[in-house]
Design a protein. Structure first.
Lengths: 244, 240
């Protein structure tokens, strides 16, 4: 995969609390300039994203917002309010945290109703990428989650919320793509090498939600936060420390 | 400190993606049995907690805009009102700390004011995220918070891991007594301090309490109490 294709498959999301506005603006602007697939932000960053889209929009990069991310422990009412906010502000897609607590409690219908309410409310106005928590579930559970997603009308999954929850495996992608070929797959969760990304694309993945989108695309280092110095900057982790 | 006092300083957290409804009900029963101050849950769990804890002294603390704090304040207000309607007593709100990093104090003040209005007479807490803020930012935010009537400041969401420089492995970002002392200096006695962040053994909990924390939020609240029981400051009735 050439750098340009990798970039076109990247989803970036600069919304950690350590980001300064100038850093967020640079990430958003560069996301449009390079032509990433999507830029996902928190609700309060939507006006900034839309402002930068006006200036740098390229007709390809989608605007995204997190909704109930990542644990999905928000009530359906609040999720609907966020969906309304996203639609009113012209957002293209949302990363949706499902009520995974209900799923674990063997109350799949509650998870379904919560999910279905958002899908119905969006009514095609938002592309909904539901978080499937693949890495934390058995294949049997993955089937139950995916069946529920399909029943609710979900067409896109995000494999996990992100790196903290574990490292995505190519086999997970193969499994989901084989059994649910109609579902588009966005990978999130420690995909850290181009080689792995390529294998995942072969297995059926379309996009990659990456904190290391620049490094993975061969265009530089990404923003990291050093907890000791409390500085966020474009750094490389080498020899046990962050280096500029 | 005796066992009852220690228990009254603990908030029993129900936290992670793979919690069952039995984890929620058990956390509530543990809180009742041990005399914990409160339980900390996601909004979808509040009604279940209310069924068990209604009429007791154990409070229900609900997470608002957890974990990133990126809702516009008006949506946080809606979430607080929604949780209040469902039976929450305390609101643990993730604050928009990017505004603190940017020195946008007018936005910080506005958010604090909206949150205070939404919570009404109920206890209102905000997460400081001390792991992300400099000492100066922590101090300034604490001063603003107490000035706007925030009841309690929470040191951390207790969520993050960092790379250990020696081992190169990811380790949890744990609460630190140093941060508690800094926060205490900033808020004085005008607000309570709840420490949170992988406080999973009594040695750290003791250090944190001695540094000035009023409360500790932990998924290991029962373990902390048991460790205090066997290794703590004062002998308990059952301790030989």
């Amino acid at each position: 995969m050439y750098d340009k294709e990798m970039i076109s498959r990247c989803v970036l999301s600069p919304f950690g609390s350590f980001y300064k506005e100038e850093q967020v603006r640079k990430e958003l602007t560069d996301g449009y300039r390079y032509g990433v697939r999507s830029i996902v932000v928190e609700a309060d960053q939507v006006p900034m994203l839309k402002e930068i889209e006006k200036q740098y929009g390229n007709g390809y990069t989608r605007t995204g917002m997190v909704l109930g991310y990542p644990y999905g422990g928000y009530t359906t009412e609040i999720k609907l309010k966020l969906a309304e906010y996203a639609i009113e502000n012209g957002i293209d897609e949302v990363d949706l945290g499902v009520n995974i607590h209900a799923f674990w409690s063997n109350d799949i219908e509650t998870m379904y109703r919560d999910l279905k309410a958002v899908v119905d409310y969006a009514d095609g106005r938002l592309r909904i990428a539901a978080i499937a928590w693949l890495i934390r579930n058995s294949l049997e559970n993955i089937d139950k989650i995916m069946d529920t997603f399909v029943r609710a009308g979900v067409k896109v999954i995000k494999t996990n919320p992100g790196g903290r929850f574990g490292e995505m495996k190519v086999e997970h992608i193969q499994y989901v793509h084989t059994h649910y070929p109609e579902i588009e797959i966005e990978v999130a969760g420690r995909c850290r090498s181009r080689e792995t990304a390529e294998k995942m694309v072969e297995a059926g993945a379309s996009y990659f939600h990456l904190s290391s989108w620049r490094r993975m695309s061969g265009i530089g280092e990404d923003i990291q936060f050093d907890y000791d110095t409390k500085v966020a900057d474009y750094m490389e982790y080498k020899g046990g420390i962050w280096r500029k | 400190m005796d066992r009852k006092t220690v228990a009254s300083k603990l908030e029993n957290r129900v936290f992670d993606m793979d919690v069952h409804d039995t984890d929620v009900s058990n956390a509530c029963y543990e809180a009742l049995y041990h005399g914990f101050a409160s339980v900390q849950v996601f909004p979808v769990m509040v009604e279940e907690c209310r069924k068990i804890l209604g009429g007791s002294n154990v409070k229900i603390a609900v997470l608002i805009d957890y974990p990133h704090g990126g809702f516009p304040p008006e949506i946080k207000k809606m979430e607080i009102l929604d949780a209040k309607k469902r039976g929450a007593d305390i609101f643990n709100v993730c604050f928009t700390n990017r505004n603190v990093k940017d020195g946008k104090w007018d936005l910080v003040d506005r958010e604090l004011q909206i949150l205070r209005e939404a919570a009404g007479e109920s206890e209102l807490r905000i997460f400081l995220e001390t792991e992300y803020l400099t000492d100066e930012e922590i101090t300034k935010l604490c001063e603003r918070a107490v000035g706007r009537g925030i009841d309690t400041v929470i040191t951390s969401t207790g969520l993050y891991y960092k790379l250990d420089k020696e081992s190169g492995r990811e380790v949890p970002v744990r609460a630190e007594a140093r941060d508690v002392r800094l926060v205490r200096k900033a808020v004085g006695e005008r607000a309570k301090i709840m420490a949170q962040g992988f406080i999973d053994d009594w040695d750290l909990a003791k250090e944190i309490l001695e540094a000035g924390a009023d409360l500790i939020g932990s998924v290991k609240a029962v373990k902390l109490l048991e460790e205090f029981h066997w290794r703590g400051d004062e002998p308990c009735m059952t301790k030989k």
